[in-house]
Ligand binder design. Structure first.
Ligand code: ATP
Ligand code: MG
Length: 178
């Protein structure tokens, strides 16, 4: 094992797949890091600015977990041109947070959609992750994580849908979906 590899403590963890639990697991990881006194930055690339239970809850932890919601209307169904620029600004912010040395964990929530829509290239994302400071853990979430990301990840978890209440017509509920 190369010397650099041995010194690298920060893990890249990817939560992907079609089942429920990718984002909520990332917030569970954030709580765990925060409980050990580490600071966490979460960058959420999609969804609007409306409040979610997870963002409200971690705000009560003070500055232990900072949530940056950089999506401006970008959803998993469409990525109109006018929001691609906002997504790219969000990615630049994510890189600054990863490289700042201020955070033990950086969560890149729904990053895979930026790759799948071609807003970011796999090369630039792989390079930024590889070049981040050696101590920083990163969790990436989102469906259809590309092979390049899976290939470099230390941990990959696929959430597989066996059943989801949505199929019974149960609409998004406070405390369950947001
Ligand atoms: P969660 O935020 O609950 O951890 P997730 O991050 O795995 O879910 P996403 O793929 O980001 O899920 O989907 C966003 C929203 O769709 C969430 O509100 C989630 O509850 C809901 N959802 C997740 N999986 C499914 C599914 N298989 N069918 C329908 N809705 C789903
Ligand atoms: Mg999610």
């Amino acid at each position: 094992m190369a010397g650099g590899e041995r010194e690298k403590k920060g893990l890249l963890m990817v939560n992907t797949g079609n089942g429920k639990g990718k984002t909520t697991a990332a917030f569970g990881q954030a709580l765990r890091v925060a409980g050990h006194g580490g600071r966490v930055a979460v960058v959420q690339f999609i969804k609007g600015k409306w409040p979610t239970g997870e963002a409200e809850a971690v705000a009560r932890l003070g500055d232990a977990v900072a949530v940056h919601r950089v999506g401006s209307g970008f959803t998993w169904k469409s990525a109109p041109d006018e929001v691609a620029a906002a997504a790219r600004r969000g990615w630049r912010l994510a890189c600054e947070l990863m490289n700042s040395g201020d955070f033990a964990l950086v969560v890149l929530d729904e990053l895979t959609y930026l790759l799948n829509y071609g807003i970011l290239s796999e090369d630039e994302v792989v390079r930024a992750l590889r070049e981040r400071p050696a101590s920083v853990h990163v969790v990436v979430t989102g469906r259809d994580a590309p092979a390049a990301l899976l290939g470099m990840a230390d941990t990959v978890t696929e959430m597989r849908e066996i059943r989801h209440h949505f199929r019974k017509g149960i609409k998004a509920a406070a405390g369950v979906e947001y």
